[in-house]
Ligand binder design. Structure first.
Ligand code: GTP
Ligand code: MG
Length: 315
């Protein structure tokens, strides 16, 4: 996406406001235009009146309140695809993991969610002709399960220099849900400055579930989670980034018919994610992936294996 305008082009943004916006993670006119004024008010610590004026001016400058169908098509034509390194999984998704979208990996422990995230951090760096985007990755780790040694091992299997690959992955550990949301803000700043095309949040739900247990706080939890998902959607959309998040399975013992297991996060995640992939364990290192909740994708499954060289097509 071309960055034709600068925040300083907007009337009312002087050095002090510029600093406030920056510290709120808003560094481009595009980001300002799509931040809800009420959120902007809180994030940048400015008055409601000023927040309204600034977002309005950013929208006018970009002319983005409405657009034509042709422009929508042009933007969609820019969608990039990241190979998973596994043909079956790529074709399950169409052509691979998409930019301008959130893809959610759902599954029980050991189903391969974190392994796929690690692998994508490598494959996004491959050149276009090899299924990558020649770009960097940003990894937000909420469970402490990020393993650079594993990345290095996968990099070697793709004939890439492990040190270089590790240098191109920006990492942060999120210690609680508020921290996770701050990091997402920070990510919005880092993404355009660093040619980042993949943003991983592994897992998106853990902190929210553990900090807001029980039905009494469910509404608050869902509200915060919704805010977080929208942070991620904005990054995906404005900066043409593939966002990949992992999610857990929740069992609902009060279900009498059908599958008692369902993805955690309820409607917020179901509506926020563009694609949802459910992973199941099969024999040994085999795994089965299935797309759920997508009217655009035919029902189908992809089989893959987790090997020392990363995830691969099953023989
Ligand atoms: P949770 O985060 O616990 O919910 O699980 P997950 O879905 O993220 O599982 P993860 O991707 O961490 O692990 C999936 C499987 O990959 C496990 O059964 C591990 O045995 C396997 N695995 C993990 N690391 C390696 C590795 O370095 N080499 C190989 N060959 N397999 C690995
Ligand atoms: Mg994991």
């Amino acid at each position: 996406m071309s960055m034709k305008y600068d925040l300083r082009d907007i009337e009312g943004i002087g050095p002090a406001t510029l600093e406030k916006l920056k510290s709120a993670g808003i560094t481009t006119v595009e980001a300002l235009a799509v931040t809800p004024p009420r959120l902007l008010m809180e994030l940048a610590d400015i008055t409601e009146d000023k927040a309204l004026k600034l977002t309005q001016r950013a929208r006018e400058l970009l002319g983005i309140s409405f657009t034509t169908a042709r422009e929508v098509l042009e933007k969609r034509n820019k969608i990039g695809y990241i190979t998973s390194g596994c043909k079956a999984l790529d074709s399950l998704l169409g052509k691979g993991f998409e930019t301008q979208a959130i893809t959610e990996l759902i599954g029980e422990y050991g189903s391969g969610k974190t392994q796929i995230c690690h692998q994508l951090c490598v494959t996004v760096q491959l050149p276009l002709e090899k299924g990558g985007l020649g770009a960097k990755a940003l990894f937000i780790d909420t469970e402490g399960t990020f393993r650079p040694e594993r990345i290095a091992q996968i990099a070697e299997s793709f004939d890439l220099d492990p040190t270089e690959v590790l240098n191109n992955i920006i990492y942060a550990r999120a210690y609680n849900s508020d921290h996770q949301m701050l990091l997402a803000d920070e990510a919005a700043r880092l993404v355009p400055e660093n040619n980042i095309k993949l943003l991983v949040v592994d897992s998106v739900i853990t902190h929210f579930r553990s900090e807001y247990p029980g039905r009494e706080v469910l509404a608050v939890r869902q509200q915060k989670l919704n805010q977080h998902i929208h942070q991620l959607l904005r990054i995906a959309d404005i900066y043409d980034v593939a966002v990949v998040v992992t999610n857990q399975i929740q069992s609902t013992p009060d279900v009498f018919f059908g599958n008692p297991n369902k993805p955690a996060g309820g409607n917020v995640l179901a509506h926020g994610s563009t694609y949802r992939i459910w992973l199941r364990k099969a024999k040994e290192s085999r795994r089965i992936a299935r797309i759920i909740d997508s009217p655009m994708h035919p029902e189908g499954e992809a089989l893959f294996v987790i090997t020392p060289a990363g995830i691969k097509d099953a023989e």
